[in-house]
Design a protein around this ligand. Structure first.
Ligand SMILES: Nc1ncnc2c1ncn2[C@@H]1O[C@H](COP(=O)(O)OP(=O)(O)OP(=O)(O)O)[C@@H](O)[C@H]1O
Ligand SMILES: [Mg+2]
Length: 538
């Protein structure tokens, strides 16, 4: 074929002049000449091609790594064109690029070729270069696992950003609602007093009556804001969801109007959740009112209950949840649906697509806060013009106290460092996310939701704890106090503080910086990983 695919020496008469006892050179020896051992031993896959006079790019052979990486015997493609051997490549720029490499000698490289046929599937990085005029080799490495790790990292990063965003808005909304609630109570109290003083009574034309009506509406808004920021005082108890739905049925019927049919699809074996019953009403009402608006007064609302067992794998997409038995409350309508563009925003407070005055954008924010406060999560299915289904997952039992000791064994772990991190964070969603991200990076993670639990964990754990990663502001004991307590028994313990608060912690900042760095929330996973490496030593 070419100089490098040297065939055995032949004389002028066409009769072979080589030693008849000599071993026939292998295909690779023919392709790579004196470098064939090097090619055979290469951990990267190598494909050889040559161009024919009619510009066909013919597959000449491959090394052993190519067979191993692709999981096929490449020998069977020898003699085929590149398009026959690897049909999906015909739709890509690769055949043209390879031809160009073989002709011009200008090397070509691509970071990523995603390939899939009946037998081969994966992502590959490829370097193509000329081996001889009219011939070329493509060296490739399998980057499928790295790519999966990267997209997993991006997914976690996105979740973390979203969680931190909602957390920050929640704190803001909670602060406003709390102060405003006190003011409102005062306004309402004085309105009551004035009413008594001037004996105005329930006359809608009276000024004081108008003030009282206004405060009632404001109180409702504040209730939704408090629900969103999880500042509502609640009394969780074991609630039969079927019973609550049956009790609310008549009221919903009136609220939704005659043109809307309500279908109940309740699990006959019962459906219990641990939640404040007032909150179940709040959730159902908000979802039903949204459905009514989306159906413009005409359609079917389906309310259903069921129970599911959620395993650890599924919890990975819902970091706020812990594995276990969940009650599922589903509310489905035949309304207008929610566009893909709007879906990521609907749980944010004050996001509304309704006309001015028709919606405040607090209904779903309240639902979100309530579900989070009860350690549940929400799934949404919606298509424009086809309707919407919200599925609310609520743990059936009291939320378990989480103490997990686990070692990351995922094949895609970025690095198996084996160092032990004691993670202390009171916010469940962030805690679960950080745990997943750390385990994914290869750390051994011990998890506690507050200081006392961290101390208990440290006492019962025999191994070394390399670093404490702790929130600063926590209910029972702050991060600084916790670190001090832990160091009484573990003087070598390193520490990284995390904080979302600025003002009250800034005064403590210097203190923090003395024995460990302070990570300001929101922070990215890569930033956290960097800090950990910095503190633990590269
Ligand atoms: N079932 C649904 N079908 C279609 N769109 C919906 C549905 N539920 C919510 N939405 C969309 O999500 C937005 C936010 O809903 P949310 O309940 O938070 O606020 P709102 O209904 O606009 O106002 P509020 O509930 O405070 O009166 C709505 O404006 C609407 O665009
Ligand atoms: Mg609403």
């Amino acid at each position: 074929m070419t100089a490098m695919t040297a065939s055995p020496q032949t004389g002028a008469d066409g009769v072979s002049t080589s030693d008849p006892c000599a071993k026939e050179p292998s295909n690779l020896e023919q392709l790579a000449g004196k470098f064939h051992k090097f090619v055979e031993a290469s951990p990267m896959g190598i494909h050889f091609y040559s161009l024919t006079a009619d510009d066909s790019l013919i597959f000449d052979g491959a090394n052993r790594a190519a067979d191993e990486i692709l999981g096929v015997d490449n020998a069977r493609f020898v003699g085929s064109t590149i398009e026959q051997a690897f049909p999906p490549l015909a739709q890509t720029e690769i055949p043209t690029k390879y031809r160009n490499v073989a002709k011009t000698g200008t090397p070509w490289h691509t970071d990523q070729v995603v390939y899939a046929d009946d037998q081969i599937a994966g992502a590959y990085e490829v370097h193509a270069f000329q081996t001889w005029p009219g011939q070329m080799a493509a060296i490739f490495a399998d980057i499928t696992a790295a790519k999966r790790t990267e997209s997993e990292r991006q997914r976690l990063e996105q979740q973390l950003i979203q969680a931190q965003k909602m957390e920050a808005i929640g704190r803001l909304a909670g602060g406003i609602a709390h102060d405003f609630n006190n003011l409102l109570m005062a306004i309402r109290g004085y309105a009551d007093l004035a009413e008594q003083q001037y004996h105005e009574g329930e006359d809608p034309t009276n000024d004081i009556f108008a003030i009282r009506k206004g405060t009632e509406q404001a109180a409702h808004l504040i209730q939704q804001l408090l629900a969103f920021s999880r500042k509502q005082a609640i009394r969780p108890q074991v609630v039969d969801l079927n019973k609550v739905i049956n009790e609310l049925h008549r009221m919903l019927d009136r609220l939704l109007g005659e043109q809307v049919r309500i279908d109940l699809d309740l699990d006959p074996s019962g459906c219990v959740a641990t939640i404040d019953p007032v909150q179940v009403n709040q959730v159902l009402l908000n979802l039903a009112l949204n459905a009514r608006d989306a159906m413009a007064g005409d359609g079917t609302l389906n309310i259903g209950t069921s129970a599911v067992d959620i395993d650890a794998l599924r919890c990975r997409s819902h970091p706020e949840a812990s594995p276990g038995l969940f009650a599922v409350l589903s509310v489905r309508d035949t309304g207008s649906g929610i566009s893909q563009k709007e879906q990521p925003h609907i749980f944010e407070p004050f996001f509304t697509t309704k006309d001015f005055g028709a919606g405040t954008g607090l209904g779903l924010a309240a639902v979100y806060g309530i579900v989070r406060q009860n350690h549940g999560f929400i799934e949404l299915d919606s298509r424009i013009g086809q309707g919407t289904e919200f599925r609310i997952y609520l743990p059936t039992g009291q939320p378990k106290v989480e103490v997990t000791q686990r070692r990351a064994t995922t094949a895609t772990a970025a690095s198996e460092t084996g160092e032990t991190v004691l993670l202390v964070e009171d916010e469940a969603m962030l805690r679960n996310l950080l745990e997943t991200a750390l385990a994914h990076t290869g750390y051994h993670v011990l998890v506690a939701h507050d200081g006392p639990m961290a101390i208990q964990l440290s006492q019962s754990y025999d191994g070394t704890i390399d670093v404490l990663l702790t929130d600063v502001v926590m209910p029972d004991m702050n991060g600084l106090q916790l670190c001090e307590r832990l160091r009484a028994n573990r003087p070598e313990l390193k520490v990284i503080y995390m904080s979302g608060y600025t003002d009250d912690v800034l005064s403590q900042r210097e203190l923090c910086e003395q024995d460990g760095p302070l990570l300001q929330k929101p922070t990215s996973i890569s930033n956290l990983a960097e800090k950990l490496r910095e503190v633990l030593g590269a």
